[in-house]
Design a protein around this ligand. Structure first.
Ligand SMILES: Cc1ncc(COP(=O)(O)O)c(C=O)c1O
Length: 393
């Protein structure tokens, strides 16, 4: 089918809740995508941070093929090896967190919110979250998300959330009451604009939780699985969460999410309190195992740091030439570029020239390349980006 016919079909049969670019993709490999007409694109925002190993990584594809020939799905009244094995990888790499599996980031956060309330004494149910956060679109997750635009038209939202400024420990201290049970935040805000907090702030948040007997929930849906140079971004700050959520690149392109917790907290998720029909299915878990194996085999944690520094250095060189670039910041391969004006027109020029990047919060560009991206691909992306900057300027 050609793009035009696909778009027509969407217009007739798909709910129009997304603003889509008029492009239909048919094939992906590593950092490249091909549309149905055969045009090639360099993808520096693969799968909205899902395709952390690039598109269709051969080891993930092989694992999925093998597992689909054996057992696709088994429900959670029985045991299945892939789920246990994937949980074991997370347990090992997080130094002791147990996992409940689900199917998306929002769902992982629903699990985290429920677990925090299940674990806390009666009367303590309030959760403090951060302005500019993003935790997903299901009701509790979007209620935790402190961005009023996501609450428009859907009120009443779920109660019991209080919002404070990110990276401001005094604001957080002031918001705590007798009813507070947890503090929930992204170690680096992704959708909020690649906002990297101070190490001292993250350490102070952990200490505050310890001093006040609160649970620390870290949403690592976007930061997790290696792109910051650590498996989980909190490891950069030298702290440990009580509850952590994962999704996106955990499945290498297959839908999966996880609510993870220290055993003492995890035990409050007793039989009957929470469940998911598809959660932890054999196919998704086989993909997740292949993701961990690939990160280890291809040494992608150190590669993310190296390639992220290289890309950031080059983007800073562009900053000197193009005053529209205000600042560039990164944590491994999570890169934010502040512009002096709305970035969407620039993203559109890049796309027409075959480069995929993202714009968030109007003036912030996001590059979240695959951890497998090569230096040549980065150079090519930079060349296309500079070409677009020249056209836009
Ligand atoms: C930090 C964070 N949490 C949660 C989510 C929601 O994940 P999903 O879209 O898989 O529900 C996202 C999605 O962008 C995210 O970036």
């Amino acid at each position: 089918m050609k793009t035009k016919a696909i778009i027509k079909q969407f217009e007739k049969s798909v709910i129009p809740n997304y603003v889509r670019y008029p492009i239909a993709f048919a094939k992906g490999k590593g950092s490249y995508l091909w549309d149905v007409e055969g045009k090639k694109y360099l993808d520096m925002f693969p799968g909205w941070a899902v395709s952390g190993l690039g598109h269709c990584h051969p080891h993930v594809v092989k694992a999925i093929k093998k597992q689909s020939g054996e057992l696709l799905h088994m429900f959670n009244l029985f045991y299945m090896q892939p789920q246990g094995e994937l949980a074991d990888w997370i347990f090992k790499k997080s130094k002791g967190l147990q996992s409940f599996f689900c199917n998306s980031g929002a769902e992982a956060n629903e699990g985290a919110i429920k677990l925090a309330r299940l674990h806390s004494p009666k009367g303590k149910s309030e959760i403090i979250t951060m302005k500019n956060s993003f935790h997903g679109r299901t009701y509790a997750a979007v209620s935790a998300t402190a961005q009023p635009k996501y609450h428009e038209g859907i009120k009443p939202i779920v109660g019991g959330f209080k919002y404070v400024e990110f990276n401001n420990i005094n604001a957080l201290k002031k918001a705590i009451t007798k009813k507070t049970c947890a503090i929930m935040l992204e170690p680096i805000q992704g959708e909020g604009g690649v906002n990297i907090p101070d190490k001292s702030y993250m350490k102070a948040v952990r200490k505050l939780c310890d001093d006040k007997g609160l649970l620390l929930i870290l949403d690592e849906v976007q930061t997790g699985m290696g792109r910051t140079g650590k498996y989980f971004a909190h490891q950069l700050f030298g702290i440990k969460p009580d509850i952590m959520t994962l999704a996106k690149s955990l499945g290498g392109g297959v839908a999966i999410g996880a609510t993870c917790a220290i055993p003492e907290v995890a035990k409050s998720m007793k039989p009957g309190t929470h469940a998911s029909t598809f959660g932890g299915n054999s196919l998704a878990c086989a993909a997740g195992i292949a993701v961990f194996e690939t990160i280890e085999k291809e040494k992608l944690l150190s590669a993310s740091v190296k390639k992220g520094s290289y890309l950031t250095k080059k983007l800073n060189e562009l900053k000197k030439k193009y005053p529209v670039i205000k600042s560039v910041r990164n944590c491994g391969l999570m890169i934010g570029i502040d512009l002096t004006k709305s970035g969407q027109p620039l993203v559109n020029i890049c796309l027409a020239d075959g480069l995929i990047i993202n714009c968030t919060h109007d003036t912030i560009l996001r590059w979240i390349p695959a951890m497998t991206v090569t230096t040549q691909e980065i150079d090519k992306g930079l060349k296309l980006f500079e070409g677009a900057l020249k056209k836009w300027h």
